[in-house]
Every structure is written in structure tokens, then in C-alpha cells.
Design a protein around this ligand. Sequence first.
Ligand code: ZN
Length: 617
Amino acid sequence: MMFDRSDIERVREMTNLAALIGEHIALTPKGREHVGLCPFHDDKNPSFSVVTDKGNHFYICNSCGAAGDCFRFVQEFLRKDFSEAIEFLADRVGLQLQRGSGKPDPERDQRARRRTLLKEATAAALDFFQNSLEAPEGKDAREVIQKRCIRPDMVERFQLGAAPAGWDNLRKSLLARHIDERVLIAAGLLKKRNEGDGSYDAFRNRLIFPIHDDTGHPIAFGARAIAADDEPKYLNSSEHDIFHKGQTLYGLHLARPAIAKAKKAIVTEGYTDVMACHAAGVEHVVGTLGTALTDDHVRKLARLCDQIILVFDGDEAGQRAAERAVRTVFKHPVDVGICVLPEGQDPDDMLKSDAGKLEFEHAIDHAEDSLDFLLARFRQRIDESQGISGQQRLLEQFIESLRTLGLEEVDGLRKSMLINRISELMRVPSQEIERLLRRQRGPVAANSSEQPERASTAPAIGARHVAERELLAVILYRTEAVADAGIDPSQLLDSSRFIDPIHQALAMTLSDLLQANPPTMQAILGRLDDESHRETASRLFFIGERLANAEYENNQEHPIARATRALDDCIHEDLRQQETAQWRNRDESDDRTAADLIQKIGSRRRPSAILRTGNTD
Ligand SMILES: [Zn+2]
């Protein structure tokens, strides 16, 4: 699928970048920027900023250099390809796209088409399930809802539905809506018959909990058995192109604003737990889908908040799940609390009474720090072990397990805190723990970490480089200033005036774009295919801002004029040096070359010709 250039521009203009990114990452307004933790690297201090300065909307990370416009963000963060990103954003702002002509990519089109079909089928099924819940055949499901005390507003908020008993209710209804049977099978809504042709409903006689993606589109279903003897009690859609359990958190699309506001997320194990919390007014709650917590889950939440509280049942299985989860979160730079509820209790049960609600809140407030939890479990094992050598072996095993969990990746402060805690717990000096860590790291790693730090090899930045950079910077910051000053962009940004290859590329792109209306940063970033070019452009924007503001404040000459003259001076100086070198190395016998050189040196006036020819005042 190809798109009209003007469509792309329109989508970009209509997209509120800070709002878009704010749906996925907690952002704090700071002047004309919004700052937050970078979603593209393990950010510990907020180094990510979304700039919405007049017409310019782009993001940049000052640590890892990720930078771009709304399309880039959707591509990189939501892992969509360019055309999917356009469709996604167009859909978001309610724009109907015109299809342009261009290079066809059948494979990508097919993939996009497949995702669209899966989405459509899932949305149609949700429709069917919701209608069934209202209809006479939804009676049993409605009884379950009543018995479980799920309030009508929660039924609506979480879009509960019913799969009627019988083998082909959904099948008949959706085939009548001309949805392809193969798509319904791929979406996990129908199952192929083992013998012969045809298919049957995957969910029968069940209460349906739709599962949504981060943006609130239904992508799958959870289904609870209605009849007491139906197995299994809970059934999920099988995974497919748009549904991956390990990347999906139940209720995130509803909980996101509350999570970002509280800077805290509570993770429970079941659909009804999530619903019970929301019903009780605790809205920063999501659920895992019957799977252990994954790195993707943690990363997703860590982008939204500073603290994650994992809630587990008090039974042995819950304890084990908690320990597994602690191991997953170990290396992530986020505070994780472990809340193990009293045995036999879950949030759903507890939140049904006022006393239970207090008890639940108390348990959440007193969640145990995940490291404490890990160490407490370890201590229990130490206490149960026999003799000094047994304890020594346990300690070694424990440290080895921390290492495999990624202790090396944990940042310095957390790491030394952890080492101190183990040292206190074991009554072993922390140097001994460090020694164990080093020893177990193995000879290769140990050697490489002891190598002296590499000397900085950054070359001294020459005056020409600075001049090139500053000119591009002031132009990037205020593209309209070029036209305002009446300067011809193709002369000003002639790529032969730039030595640095990235500067050359930027100059060419700018020169090209400046032939039409002054481009915004997002249009410029949208034109730059190379990541390093986008990064440089974004950094230069800030340099441009600083330069322009400093010069306006000091009431000096126009920043573009000053930068242009500085670059001209450098070019002039470089040429002079080249010509002097040529003069020195000239072939004494070749009079004509020498005469040419003399003429060239003599005729070259000092530059800033661009400014003089262009400037109208
Ligand atoms: Zn970053």
C-alpha cells in the first residue's frame, strides 16, 4: 500500500506528538518540552524529551540518541512498519487515507492485510459476544456475573460477553457477515474439525473477557467456563499475529492514565481481580494472562511508572510465582514490590467487603521490596541448611544465580546495595561477596573488565566543523528565517560547502525542502532515512535554539547571517591554506599553473557573497 505525500503530511500535522507518546510513557511537562524515561534504552534518569515548539514536534533521547517524528515513534515503539504506522496514526486522528501510487511491496501489504482481517474478525466476534450476553441465550452468563458480584458498569467498561452453548453460534453469525472462515480460524475463534471439512466455535457456554491491545482494540478473548464441570475453567485465545500473551497486559488500555498518574502499577493474576480493583476505585491495576511475568511486561510498565507491585495468592504456587517474577524484574531499573496475600485470598474476594478492602490496601502498602523478598527466601534456605560448608555452597549458588539474572547489568548503586545486604545477611564481608562474584565471572570476562579504560579518541573538533554545525543548527531551529532573510537556500546550503558527510546530507535535505514552504522539524526528520542523520538533526535543533536565543538576547546580528559568515571565513581560510600549499609544492617549470594560482588567490574576494546578494535590506 502506498500513500499520498500530502496524506502523510496531514497525519503528521494532526497528530499531537506529546499526547501520542504520553499514552505509552509517563511524561512531565518542562517548559516547551515533555520529559520522561527513554523507551528505547534502559533509562535511569529521564533523558527523553518530546519537543513541541511552535510547528516543531519531535522526540530525542539525550542518552541513546533515538530521535524522530510521530511515524518513527510508532514504527520503533509499537513495532509497526511505515505503512502500518501511517494507517495507525490516520485512524487515530480520524483521517481517511487517499492511496497514492508508488513502489509496491506485496509481502508487507499482505502482512498488513492479514493484521487488519484479524482485527476485524476479533471486533466482529466481540460484537457477537456482547449481544449474546444481552440476549436470552446469555442468561447463564448473566447469572455468573451476578454470582461473582461484577457490577453492570464493570461489565460495560471491560466489555464482557457470552459465548452461547452450542457448536456454531458464532460461526453462523460471522460467516453471515461475510467474514472468511480461514480468518476466524487464524484468529482462534473457530477450530478446524479433526475429521472432514468445516469448523466449530472455540468458545462455547462461557463468560467472555475480551483482551485489548495497548490502544484499546480487541485482539483476543479469555473465557470462563459457566458449567461447573467444564474444563479448563479458564481458556484463552491461542496466540496469533496480533496477540502475544507475553506482550499483553489485561486492562492496560483502561489502567494507563491511572498508572501514569499514580506512577505505580499493580499487577494481578486474573481478569476478575483486575475488574474488582477497578470497581473498588483502584484503577492502576492490570493482569497477566495466565503466564509468568515477562521482560516485555516489565518494560512496558516501567515506561509508565516508577514502581510495580506484583500481587500473588498466598499459596505455595503463588510463592513460587512470586520468586519467578522477582527473578524477571531483577535487572530492570524499577522498584518492584511483592505483595503475597493471606493464604486462600485473592483481590476479587477481598475487595467485596469493606474490611477486605482495607486489608487489601494494607497489603499493597506493605508490599515487600523485591530484593528483600529474594533475600528472605534465600535466608530461609540458609537456615534450613546443614553446616558451614553447606551454607558456603548455598551462598555460591545464590551469587551464581544473581549473576545469571543479570547482576552485571544492574547499575552501580543498586549493585553495591545488594552486595551489602547479602553481606549483612550472611555475616560475610562484602569484599568476600565481590570476590565470589569476580571468581564466578570466569577468566575471559574478568580479564576484559580489568583492562584499562580506553583513552578518548575523539578528535579535536575543527573550526570548520563547528561552523558547518552552527549554520545547520540555526537553520534547523528556524527554517522560516532563510526565506525571511531573502537568502537562496540552494546557495546557502550548497553541499560542497560542507565537509562532514552527515552535514552534507542534512544540507542537501534542507536545501531541497526549503525550495517549498519552510519545513518543520518533523518533516525534516521524516525525510532523513539514516538514524544517525536524524539524531544529528535533533541535536542541532537544540544547539540552534541556544545560539539563536543568545544572539537575539544580546541584540546581535541575525544568527543565520553570523553563522554563514563564520562558515565562509572557514572555507576561505581552508582554500587559502590549500592554495598556499599548492604554491609551495608547485612545479617551478610550469609557469601557467603558477600564474593560474596567483590569479585565483588574487581574485578571490572575502566571501559572505551569499548574504550580500540575497539580503534585501
Ligand atoms: Zn534513549
